[in-house]
Write a protein that binds this ligand. Structure first.
Ligand SMILES: [Zn+2]
Length: 234
């Protein structure tokens, strides 16, 4: 085999090695993303619970303050009963006592419902907190493993790039330019041998003249059908 052609095929092998490493690196990305998404979901659950707790606590403060108001009103109404002298005044005072007592009972019912919801929410918050801590612990090992794999691949990719550059130095600039153009478009193997009279990638027959040129001196030619670089095996 001609040394120029051998150099081009070596370059292609180096690019294939590099592509494989890059594919493995790309495959790590969704795994990192999945871990991040899982953590974001757990955090969101916790912050939703915390927001609900804050709302209920606010409501609890409002209701407690209203309950105090009604308790004072009720006490005042009861005290007023002692000072009435006429039947009409007694009826009015008694009505005041009833109204304030009923209002207080309503608020206390509502307050009890809020307290019950708060207790459930605080349990959820404890569970969410625990869940997050467990998730972090579980993820730590996986993340460490993934980061180690990424570090190793980064080093391997660096070395593969070095070997690729070294291989490219042995390919003549014009061929290199054509090869790089085809490779960057296809993102996979780009140099194929003629098989009989056809392109071994797409099986389309190559015109006689172009085959003759490949056989006699041209290192490579572009397949008119699929766009790969063709060479003739000597
Ligand atoms: Zn072809």
């Amino acid at each position: 085999m001609k040394p120029h052609l051998q150099a081009l095929l070596t370059l292609q092998d180096r690019d294939d090695e590099l592509s494989q490493l890059e594919t493995r690196m790309d495959a790590l990305k969704p795994r990192f993303a999945a871990l991040d998404a899982e953590r974001v979901a757990a955090e969101r659950q916790r912050s939703t619970t915390r927001a609900a707790i804050e709302r209920e606590e606010q409501r609890q403060r409002e209701l407690s303050s209203r309950a105090d108001d009604f308790r004072r009103l009720n006490a005042r109404a009861i005290a007023a009963m002692d000072h009435v002298h006429k039947v009409r005044e007694a009826n009015a005072a008694s009505a005041q006592v009833d109204i304030s007592r009923r209002a207080l009972a309503d608020v206390e019912n509502e307050l009890s419902a809020v307290n019950h919801r708060l207790s459930t929410l605080r349990d959820s918050d404890t569970a969410a907190e625990l869940n997050l801590a467990e998730l972090d612990e579980r993820q730590a090992a996986v993340r460490q493993e993934l980061e180690a794999a990424r570090g190793k691949l980064e080093a391997e990719i660096g070395e593969a790039r070095g070997r690729r550059q070294e291989a490219a130095r042995h390919v003549d600039p014009r061929t290199l330019q054509r090869y790089d153009r085809v490779r960057s478009r296809r993102r996979q193997r780009s140099v194929f041998a003629l098989r009989g009279t056809s392109c071994s990638n797409c099986d389309t027959a190559v015109p006689t003249q172009r085959r003759a040129a490949l056989a006699s001196g041209d290192l490579v030619d572009v397949c008119e059908s699929c766009g790969v670089l063709l060479y003739a095996e000597s």
